[in-house]
Design a protein around this ligand. Structure first.
Ligand code: XMP
Length: 510
């Protein structure tokens, strides 16, 4: 395995993904991890990530010089490269004005004799983001890349297998960036590139079988990608010893509950339990219109229904969750400002004592989870399902949620999805859905005045959902969606399109 040592840069997960794309298993660890732990893990290579601006900032992370004595190949990226230079006695010159800064695409000259750049062009674009720069490399190092501004865009000391790049090879804008990472992994670290999803499935299934033995395992299935893939994997390992509990709170998209039930009962060997509790949820939501209050009610109600069921019948054996790798890394981060409450992870009540918690996808990124799902035979629709908020349509019916409003929204949303699928536009969108703002407007149908509901269409493109752009859906598609919704969905007489990016808007309306 390779270790990505996290110095707080923004592309840390991207580095890990790129490494895995080279079929090399890697993990991200905080820079504070002890040398003993690193020795114990015995990685084939270490990558230092980028990080805060200057090695001279008191608060910026540093690392013990001893790490360079372990005889493990190291690649430092951006701040990681400066840290390597600084720690080993080179000179990092602090930025006093903007003359040493480089941001964005930068023409770079590479020494193709260096093992990292064998597959790069002599001159190519790299992605830079730095202020300080390395002015003198440490003893034993040579400069292997330069730019017009930066005297040391890369450096290396092949005898000690130490390499550094000032730019970001993990970012797509760096031409041949992935080749550079691959050269480090294969040619310097000697990785063979054997990390494959097939072997992941085989070894995980074997591990699960051994761990679970003849005990039971229960999983909360939401119908989302992660819990579905976890269910499929567990089903392959232990079949009917697996119970999947699926809470249908009536706030799913049209026919979604039935689709999930059919998929798992027909295609997979397991004990599938569906709890239909639309009425309970709606009665708890009666008269409530404040978004956070609604989220809280839905979250609490879900928690009660789900755990009561488990307490009744399945409160022993193991508990499984579809936690994936980014969930684990993010949960270690500080408190970001709370914009809205997301209910993703389920907490086990104290009175239920399982043998243990099983998280079979805990080392995978989302795209890897999808590959596993496809290999296990989950339907395309489930594997490529868009993100769907835990509180479901409860946060897309703005204001008070009623059965009638949910029905209107489900019908409108189904038409939107059908039209987007038909024209092939769906796959270009990160997320799209209908919203029922709870606004009535005047219209005219036939010769009569109408006073009916407004439906809003929301569609965004984004890489990470932290920021998002509103999608530029062609007018003719929007027109078709609008006229179908107005003609086919009773009580809707107007459709609008949301053209707000995030920020300042959020993706969901509540
Ligand atoms: P916002 O509205 O915060 O949404 O810009 C960003 C992404 O998160 C999804 N979302 C949720 N996902 N539980 C979830 O699992 C939630 O409570 C929740 N609220 C929003 C949203 O659909 C979008 O993909």
């Amino acid at each position: 395995r390779v270790i990505v040592l996290d110095f707080g840069g923004q592309y840390n997960q991207l580095i890990a993904r790129r490494v895995r794309e080279c079929n090399v298993y890697c993990e991200i660890l905080p820079y504070t991890v002890s040398l003993d732990k690193i020795k114990e893990l015995n990685p084939t290579g270490i990558i230092f990530t980028g990080g805060p601006n200057s090695v001279y900032d008191e608060s910026s992370p540093h690392i013990s010089k001893e790490i360079f004595e372990l005889n493990i190949p190291i690649l430092g990226i951006c701040y990681g490269c400066q840290l390597m230079a600084y720690t080993l006695g080179g000179v990092v010159t602090p930025a006093t004005d903007n003359s040493s800064c480089e941001y964005g695409k930068t023409m770079t000259n590479y020494n193709k004799d260096d093992v990292i750049f064998t597959n790069a062009c002599e001159h190519g674009v790299s992605w830079m983001s730095h202020r300080d720069y390395i002015s003198t490399v440490p003893d034993g190092f040579t400069v292997t890349a330069t730019t017009a501004v930066c005297p040391v865009a890369a450096m290396s000391c092949p005898e000690r297998k130490l390499y550094g790049v000032q730019f970001h090879p993990e970012v797509n804008h760096t031409e041949n960036g992935k080749d550079m990472l691959r050269s480090f992994l294969y040619d310097v670290c000697g990785c063979k590139g054997e990390w494959q999803m097939d072997s992941f499935i085989d070894s995980t299934v074997a591990k699960l079988k051994e761990q679970i033995g003849d005990k039971g395992v229960v999983l909360g299935l939401s119908g989302g990608v992660d819990s579905s893939v976890a269910a499929a994997l567990l089903s392959k390992a232990v079949g009917k010893q697996l119970t999947c509990v699926f809470v249908d709170q009536g706030l799913m998209r049209k026919d979604e509950g039935d689709f999930v039930e059919q998929t798992f009962t027909k295609l997979f060997d397991m004990n599938f339990v569906r709890i239909n509790c639309q009425e309970e949820f709606l009665s708890k939501l009666k008269g409530v219109s404040e978004p956070e209050a609604k989220r809280k009610i839905i979250g609490t109600e879900f928690y009660n229904v789900f755990w009561n069921k488990i307490r009744e019948n399945y409160g022993s054996g193991y508990f499984a969750q579809g936690t994936i790798y980014p969930d684990r890394i993010e949960s270690g981060k500080g408190d970001a400002a709370k914009i809205k409450t997301h209910h993703n992870q389920v907490e086990v009540p104290q009175d239920i004592t399982f043998e243990g918690i099983i998280e079979p996808l805990q080392d995978l990124f989302k795209d890897e989870v999808r590959v596993v799902g496809e290999k296990l035979g989950l339907p395309h629709e489930l594997v490529w399902r868009q993100p769907f908020p835990g509180p479901g349509l409860g946060v897309r019916v703005i204001g008070e949620v009623t059965a009638d409003k949910v029905k209107i929204l489900q019908e409108a949303d189904a038409i939107l999805r059908e039209e987007m699928d038909k024209c092939g536009y769906a796959s270009q969108m990160s997320q799209f859905f209908a919203v029922l703002p709870g606004v009535k407007t005047v219209g005219v149908m036939g010769d009569s005045r109408t006073y009916d509901e407004l439906v809003a269409i929301r569609a965004v493109t984004t890489d990470d959902f932290m920021t998002a752009d509103w999608a530029k859906i062609p007018y003719d598609i929007l027109g078709r969606v609008s006229s179908r919704i107005i003609n086919e969905v009773e009580h809707v007489n107007r459709v609008v399109y949301d053209i707000t990016s995030k920020p300042p808007g959020t993706v969901e309306w509540e």
